[in-house]
Design a protein around this ligand. Structure first.
Ligand code: HEC
Length: 191
């Protein structure tokens, strides 16, 4: 980058190899602005985010957001109360909750359990036979934690606590509805 200001191109040739000339041309002004600009920005950003902590570093900003989400989730769990056979049975009697639970079932569960709950890849949920227990909290537990080794995914993480409860309540209403064309019973009889 030495300052060759001569207009003659030939004067700028610093290296010739095999007929190929390497010239020492001055770098364009706009390029230098960007080059030194990024260095200045990088240094200022590092000083502000890491050395003096005047702006939140990406790591700190991420952590703050995650803490907020965790706090909201904890708040929600507290508001929802604990899961009992009674609380799930009560949800299963609430029209709006059932409507929401049905929507979750149609979009998330029907591909494996059929829209009617009659079963397909997954077992029939409309008979009185259960492999993992037919009590409301048992059904809720199966849905939340899944039976991953047997192809039933765990839904707690992806659906979240509230929707797991809603869809559990909806499944309670399918019990013993004997969907036509449903899969043969599996498990133990338990109403
Ligand atoms: C990828 C396919 C698949 C999806 C999607 C799926 N399931 Fe399952 N489900 C299964 C399989 C397979 C089993 C049987 C597991 C076993 O053999 O132990 C099962 C078992 C169950 C059981 C236990 C039945 C019993 O007899 O104890 C319940 C309840 C259930 N699923 C509900 C749901 C709900 C609610 C959803 C939607 C949130 C859902 N499943 C989504 C495949 C699926």
């Amino acid at each position: 980058m030495s300052a060759h200001n001569t207009k003659d191109q030939k004067d700028k040739v610093v290296h010739v190899y095999d007929g190929i000339e390497e010239c020492d041309n001055a770098l364009p002004r706009w390029w230098l602005w960007i080059f030194f600009g990024t260095i200045t920005f990088g240094a200022a950003y590092w000083l502000s985010a890491e050395a003096f902590k005047t702006t939140a570093s990406p790591r700190a900003a991420y952590q703050a957001e995650m803490d907020l989400v965790a706090a909201e989730e904890a708040q929600k769990m507290k508001a929802l109360g604990s899961v009992t056979n009674e609380s799930l049975a009560a949800l299963a009697k609430d029209g709006k909750s059932l409507e929401d639970g049905k929507t979750v079932f149609a979009t998330t569960c029907a591909p494996c359990h059929a829209a009617t709950g009659g079963g397909g890849i997954g077992p029939n949920l409309t008979d009185e036979f259960w492999m993992h227990g037919g009590a409301p909290t048992k059904i809720y537990g199966t849905i939340k934690d899944g039976v991953v080794a047997k192809g039933m995914p765990a839904w707690g993480g992806s659906l979240g606590e509230e929707r797991v409860r809603l869809v559990s309540a909806y499944v309670l209403t399918l019990k013993n509805t004997k969907a036509p064309g449903g899969k043969a019973p599996q498990g133990e009889p338990e109403l």
